[in-house]
Write a protein that binds this ligand. Structure first.
Ligand SMILES: Cc1ncc(C[n+]2csc(CCOP(=O)(O)OP(=O)(O)O)c2C)c(N)n1
Length: 686
């Protein structure tokens, strides 16, 4: 049933005030994006005042709808609506737009501003993550409340998106929207602002396809509202409201409403131009805008009290909706205490106690690729962690990302745990972010490490937001072999380690892989698990006097102490190269040189250890140091220091059997031992 809009004079005023505030805030900041913030003010107002279920006094209420502002550049529009609706944001905050320490930064930042659901700004990411949110809503409700009629569970809510042409031009949204169509995500509604202007002006030079036709082909429900039709321009809220409401009620398909608008309307000379997109208007134009809006051109940041009193009624409506939801939630919890306990655990981001007991252990002396070990660990953990789910970008068999026995996540099987992302790496990263943002489950996604480059935009946002997303990147070096240089990562490890807040973990053997999974899940942060294609020895830790695999949780640990009473050199290695370092240690021992082997699986975990721990592992007094990793040396230079040597790959690889290639590029125990001798000599000479 469509509720009547009942648009009043006060509503009209509130929209006018929203437009003026956007212009004032950007003017005061001296920079920003006023154009669409002005022209979409009424659309955003409709969402916050008429369409969305939300509670401004509890921005994290689980039952709320989510709104993702994919056009993050118009953040000021979002802040204004949050302020008007009564979130914990003041007019002073709006006036502090884009200033240091403010709650109103240039682009929306997750966990900074109440009501902001995600950090957006890199165009396309928001819409693509919203697809992940919509997927997560479906699985979460099926996990927790499977008996409910679709749409009627306390776990159901709508994911709203505001997107512009920039978002829809980006390839990532094509990837994600295609998958959303296949998944028939009926809980997703996109408001697409088609103002035909981007920074370089008229989109006639860039964007001429029939975008709604494209979305229909994806399987979406599409509508168009054209405010430019019928002669003069008219912001017809009735029409937009009806379309958005209909979109919300479409539960079989994702929905998109294309809004033909005029950017910056009614700014007198700058509307409908690229110049209003991303620069302040200038005082005369702001005055002209206010005049056109029927406001006092001299008054700035002016909000009539009666307007604010009316818009802040969103608080009472929100409290009411929240209370009603709570009663339904309490009924549900009373009816299913074990599911209620699960919800409680998931919302607190707690793992069940003793998940270590579920970890498989791999027999010493065997030979197992860490990707295969990871698959076994994932299956074992999947048995005790219903929140763990994910998949691959069409490489599940190679990435070992399928939990044993887990069925596919599909519209017909909403509690499936295996996600088929298709060959859509960039969207996969964004979708994983969206799933994690929904807050209850732990998503992972896999592909070859070399294709992490295709995912980087999303990975960076996982790190920026600190989301518990696990990237499973296999085929981690020239060890890929015959597929050749296009498939052999060389610089990717360094590139990933360069992202602040991303834990990059490259376990050396199967048992380290098990503990790496355990530790990364406990940390509840973004993690990249870097795994070998080729078999690696499972260390005989007891037999060879090596440290325990659980020590990998320290990031870097002394796997093998020097076999001599002295330590002449430290051999730092990761992943498949650790066994090479162990072999080099034996060579050096025969020459009377004492080498310590450090398995340095995760430099970020290691950096988080105490100074004492780090000194224990890498004593400052030992200057002779060698790093061994089949990738560029850049991440190791600081750790090995001036006297150090790096056994690394500084060129693209080659198509050849892996064993031959390792030897050709200098990855032999003899070469590591030689690097150690050189480093000892260099350190002595200093
Ligand atoms: C990935 C990415 N590329 C480029 C930009 C820079 N940028 C910000 S807004 C914009 C134009 C967006 O046009 P549109 O979505 O139509 O927004 P409008 O002009 O309607 O505000 C560009 C290129 C960005 N934020 N993200």
């Amino acid at each position: 049933m469509v509720l009547p809009l009942n648009w009043t004079n006060l509503d009209r005023q509130a929209v006018t005030v929203s437009k003026a505030l956007a212009a004032d805030a950007v003017e005061k900041a001296g920079s920003g994006h006023p154009g669409s913030a002005i022209s979409l003010a009424g659309a955003a107002y409709l969402l916050y005042q008429r369409l969305m279920t939300h509670d401004p006094s509890d921005p994290l209420w689980y039952g709320r709808d989510r709104l993702v502002l994919s056009s993050g550049h118009i953040s000021v529009m979002l802040y204004i609506q949050l302020y008007l609706a009564g979130y914990d944001l003041s007019l002073e905050d709006i006036a502090a737009l884009r200033t240091i320490g403010s709650l109103t930064p240039g682009h929306p930042e997750y966990q900074l501003t109440p009501g902001v659901e995600m950090s957006t700004g890199p165009l396309g990411q928001g819409l693509a993550s919203a697809v992940g949110m919509a997927m997560a809503v479906r699985r979460q409700r099926q996990l927790l409340d499977p008996a409910a009629i679709p749409g009627e569970s306390v776990f159901d809510h709508t994911i709203w998106v505001i997107a512009g042409e920039g978002d829809l031009q980006e390839g990532i949204t094509a990837e994600a929207s295609s998958l959303a169509g296949t998944q028939r995500l009926g809980n997703l509604v996109v408001l697409f602002d088609r103002n035909q202007i981007t920074i370089e002006g008229d989109t006639a030079v860039t964007f001429t396809e029939d975008t709604m036709e494209r979305y229909r082909a994806y399987g979406w429900h599409t509508q168009t509202v054209d405010w430019t039709s019928g002669g003069g321009y008219q912001e017809d809220y009735e029409a937009l409201y009806l379309a958005l409401d209909q979109a919300r009620q479409e539960t079989e398909r994702p929905s998109i409403v294309q809004l033909r608008s005029i950017i910056g309307w009614p700014s007198p000379t700058k509307q409908n131009t690229g110049s209003i997109h991303g620069s302040k208007l200038g005082a005369p134009e702001v005055a002209g805008l206010k005049g056109a809006l029927g406001l006092d051109p001299e008054a700035t940041f002016s909000v009539p009290p009666e307007v604010l009193a009316m818009t802040q009624q969103a608080r009472q409506r929100g409290a009411h909706a929240h209370a009603q939801w709570q009663a339904r939630f309490d009924d549900w919890a009373a009816g299913d205490p074990s599911q209620a306990a699960l919800f409680e655990r998931l919302s607190r981001h707690q793992l069940p106690p003793d998940i270590e007991r579920a970890l498989p252990s791999f027999s010493a002396g065997g030979s197992v690729a860490t990707r295969a070990a990871s698959g076994k660990v994932l299956s074992a953990l999947g048995g005790v962690l219903p929140e763990l789910w994910g998949g691959s970008a069409d490489l599940a068999g190679s990435n070992n990302t399928t939990i044993d026995g887990a069925s596919s996540f599909l519209p017909t099987n909403p509690n499936g745990r295996t996600i088929h992302f298709g060959i859509r790496e960039h969207a996969m990263a964004a979708i994983l972010n969206g799933i994690a943002l929904e807050g209850l489950t732990l998503p992972y996604g896999g592909t070859f490490l070399v294709f992490s480059d295709y995912m980087r935009g999303g990975v960076r946002l996982s790190a920026l937001m600190g989301l518990p997303v696990t990237y499973v990147w296999t085929h981690d070096s020239i060890g890929v072999g015959e597929d050749g240089p296009t498939h052999q990562p060389v610089e990717q490890l360094a590139a990933l380690r360069a992202i602040p807040g991303l834990d990059v973990i490259r376990p050396a053997d199967a048992n380290e892989t098990a503990w790496a999974w355990r530790h990364l899940l406990a940390r509840h942060r973004p993690a990249a698990l870097i795994l070998s294609r080729q078999n690696l020895p499972v260390f005989d830790r007891q037999g060879q006097g090596l440290a325990e695999a659980r020590d990998v949780c320290g990031g870097a640990y002394v796997l093998a102490a020097s076999p001599l009473p002295k330590t002449d050199v430290l051999l730092l290695a990761s992943g498949s190269e650790v066994s090479l370092a162990l072999d080099a240690r034996s060579i050096l021992q025969a020459e009377g040189l004492g080498a310590r082997v450090v398995s340095a699986a995760c430099l970020e975990w290691f950096a988080d250890q105490t100074a004492e721990y780090r000194e224990d592992v890498l004593p400052a007094s030992v200057k002779a140091r060698v790093s061994v990793e089949a990738g560029i040396a850049m991440p190791w230079r600081e750790l090995v220091g001036d006297g150090g040597r790096c056994v690394s790959v500084e060129q693209f690889g080659k198509s050849a059997p892996a064993g031959e290639l390792f030897a050709e590029l200098g990855f032999t125990a003899a070469a590591v031992a030689e690097a150690a001798r050189q480093s000892i000599a260099a350190a002595d000479a200093r």
